[in-house]
Design a protein around this ligand. Structure first.
Ligand code: PMV
Length: 348
């Protein structure tokens, strides 16, 4: 009898997400368990597209192409994760993989791609597993996808869900878990589903501090316990605000979280300063614009100097004009990315 050579390919796209209440600090209890719950909005335009081709072999092999070129740094990160998951996906032990991936956002944007790329990777793996089982339709268990994505990169576990997600156990939300994120799609007022995220690129430099190092600095941060208690309260308050559409409270929690993240970095040992003069110029100009217009636009920050402006679609024209007229001069080469809340990953 002729042996059948198993081979095939799958392709997925998955978005990045922006945290409103931040995950900053890992629990020592188990790998990639957060010290506090976090909540994010799922983005639409900042995405990773990933194709994985597989062919049966006598051992595990990986060739990795980013934007059509080999990329040893990403290859090692992906290979390490795949090797750590051999017992979960035994077929990997006898598979040659070729991964072709690209991001829809420029590399020079300073935007971390681990959430979009790692969520895309686990979707591809689960899809291959389904095909190898011989199932006709691929039905992916999003909780399992989220659990696996978390192991690859914490915040990636929140990218799997439409509109908004909650990661981390909290008594105020049934079904929440430290192991995986859950969808908030049915728990947010319609206005939040229209939100825009305009990402103002203050610097295109690669992150000065990896998030792994940043999380580790929380282990010795003197404010850590207070931070985790405040974050837990902010998640409880934010879940109420997301349901009732109170935009003033949304602004308050969002900006307080962004500034706390950076305050925590500044009072770590060693201290980390990721804000740039233009980050502060943008924030101050935004405060003034909000005071003058009463438009409910607010900012958040990731672990870097770029500023995310969040606002409802009904104010998009005014805010975009404000960005072009007053904020572009503070952006690196005038760059900003127009994104908005999106529907999560999809198979291509
Ligand atoms: O998922 P990580 O380990 O890259 O950490 C993400 C940390 C922040 O982006 C700063 C906050 C968050 O919750 O996404």
């Amino acid at each position: 009898m002729n042996e059948v050579n198993i081979h095939g390919g799958v392709k997925w796209q998955s978005p990045s997400n922006i945290a409103i209440v931040k995950y900053w600090g890992k629990s020592p209890k188990a790998p990639q368990i957060p010290q506090n719950p976090s909540v994010s909005l799922t983005l639409k335009n900042c995405r990773t597209e990933m194709a994985v081709f597989y062919e049966e072999s006598d051992r595990f092999g990986l060739r990795f192409y980013f934007d059509g070129k080999e990329n040893p740094e990403f290859q090692t990160k992906i290979a390490d994760f795949l090797k750590s998951q051999m017992s979960r996906f035994p077929f990997l032990n006898q598979m040659d993989l070729q991964i072709n991936t690209n991001n829809t956002f420029p590399h020079s944007s300073g935007i971390a791609s681990s959430a979009s790329s790692m969520s895309a990777l686990v979707l591809c793996l689960l899809d291959i597993e389904t095909s190898l089982r011989g199932a006709e339709e691929s039905t992916i268990d999003l909780s399992e996808a989220s659990r696996l994505a978390r192991l690859a990169s914490g915040s990636a576990c929140r990218s799997l869900f439409p509109k908004a997600a909650l990661w981390g156990a909290t008594e105020v939300f049934n079904g929440s878990s430290d192991e995986y994120a859950v969808s908030l799609e049915n728990d947010i007022a319609p206005v939040f589903k229209t939100y825009h995220d305009s990402i103002l690129i203050v610097s295109d430099a690669k992150k000065a501090v990896s998030s792994r190092m940043g999380h580790a600095l929380m282990d010795t941060n003197p404010y850590a316990d207070t931070r985790y208690a405040v974050a837990r309260q902010n998640v409880a308050d934010l879940l109420t605000v997301l349901r009732n559409g109170d935009l003033e409270q949304f602004i308050h929690i969002t900006e307080s979280e962004a500034l706390q993240l950076h305050a925590l970095m500044m009072c770590s040992n060693p201290s980390v300063m990721l804000l740039k003069p233009n980050t502060l110029r943008i924030i101050n100009t935004l405060y003034e614009f909000r005071r003058e217009t009463d438009i409910p636009v607010c900012f958040t920050l990731d672990a870097g100097p770029n500023v995310h402006l969040l606002y409802p679609d009904q104010h998009a024209e005014m805010v975009e004009r404000f960005i072009m007229d007053e904020l572009e001069p503070y952006c690196h080469e005038g760059q900003w990315i127009a994104d908005q809340v999106g529907d999560g990953p999809s198979k291509c």
